[in-house]
Design a protein around this ligand. Structure first.
Ligand SMILES: NC(=O)c1ccc[n+]([C@@H]2O[C@H](COP(=O)([O-])OP(=O)(O)OC[C@H]3O[C@@H](n4cnc5c(N)ncnc54)[C@H](OP(=O)(O)O)[C@@H]3O)[C@@H](O)[C@H]2O)c1
Length: 288
């Protein structure tokens, strides 16, 4: 991380899970960063974006902004595409003009979940829902416009704040003696602290292109819930049910777990399992 100390980082989506985690890390490590919130840095607003980038002159732009409401996106299609596809295109154009390296985040929902084994970067995407389509288009737009980029596909991001499955689970568990959680929706819980660490390691190694950035292993929502409930000592009973019980608006892939092999090979590290990272997350965020 030493060679990143004299660099400047601009963060979009500063109030989201990942944006907050980057800010927390950069503050602790005394790394130069600027993380204006959405009212100041709206990535769909070309004029504002141009001004912020031209004034701050970052070395790296970390695009943590996204439209993440998977079910709402089915009706709110234009906005989902504006934020997840068009805006990354604007950022890529500006980065090209100014010689800035762009880091962008995408999703396991670009896959249809029919492979039956963890997806690699070589597998063909086939999104089942509008959110996945908008994230896939965002990837393509960046790849077309800018060489100096990293795109990380991630899944089930868990970080500071209330917009994640574990926070919601703990709220439900406090109010209910029994919970029904889907056991036919499988992916990889991935923690924001690991995402920050792996992003910066990747920049330090001068990686570029597309990578799957996830914990090692995979789990169903049910397995994740059971592990978390046991870990935190809650006495709620967790029952496995099918995702179809919940009648969600957007169709979701059943098995969208991705493999982190390409990233771990190129960084020459072993990426922690989701259980190890969850244990650490509980220690740092719950028992502190
Ligand atoms: N969360 C997951 O499980 C998950 C899974 C796979 C991939 N990812 C990807 O990982 C990245 C980070 O996710 P996250 O969990 O940190 O998301 P998050 O907590 O939802 O944060 C996204 C932030 O972007 C903001 N935003 C929305 N529109 C914006 C705009 N036009 N300009 C600037 N900011 C805007 C949101 O503000 P508002 O909340 O006010 O709209 C929110 O604060 C995203 O690219 C996401 O697609 C996430």
């Amino acid at each position: 991380m030493k060679n990143l100390k004299d660099k400047k980082f601009l963060i979009s989506g500063a109030n989201g899970q990942l944006g907050k985690e980057f800010s927390r890390f950069f503050s602790l490590e005394q790394i130069n960063y600027y993380s204006p919130d959405e009212s100041v840095f709206d990535i769909t607003d070309k004029e504002k974006t141009d001004k912020i980038i031209s004034n701050y002159k970052p070395d790296y732009l970390l695009n943590c902004a996204a439209y993440n409401l998977v079910d709402n996106a089915e009706d709110d299609t234009a906005l989902a595409f504006k934020i997840n596809s068009d805006a990354p295109g604007l950022l890529a154009e500006k980065c090209k003009e100014k010689g800035i390296f762009l880091v962008h985040y995408s999703s396991d929902y670009v896959f249809d979940g029919t492979k039956g084994a963890p997806y690699s970067e070589k597998d063909s995407p086939n999104p089942l829902n509008v959110y996945g389509q908008s994230k896939l288009k965002g990837e393509k737009v960046i790849q077309e416009k800018l060489d100096d980029h990293l795109i990380f596909r991630m899944s089930w991001v868990i970080g500071p704040g209330q917009q994640n499955f574990l926070y919601k689970l703990s709220q439900w568990a406090q109010k209910n003696k029994e919970l029904n959680i889907s056991d036919d929706e499988i992916s990889v819980p991935t923690f924001s602290a690991d995402i920050v660490n792996l992003t910066l390691l990747s920049l330090g190694h001068n990686l570029r292109g597309l990578y799957h950035l996830v914990s090692s292993g995979y789990a169903s929502r049910y397995e994740l819930a059971k592990y978390y409930i046991e870990k935190t000592g809650l006495d709620t009973v967790v029952n496995p049910v099918s995702i179809t019980t919940f009648n969600t608006k957007a169709q979701r892939p059943k098995f969208s777990a991705m493999s982190n092999k390409k990233l771990s090979d190129e960084l020459r590290i072993t990426i922690a399992s989701w259980e190890e990272s969850l244990d650490k997350y509980c220690k740092d965020n719950i028992n502190e």
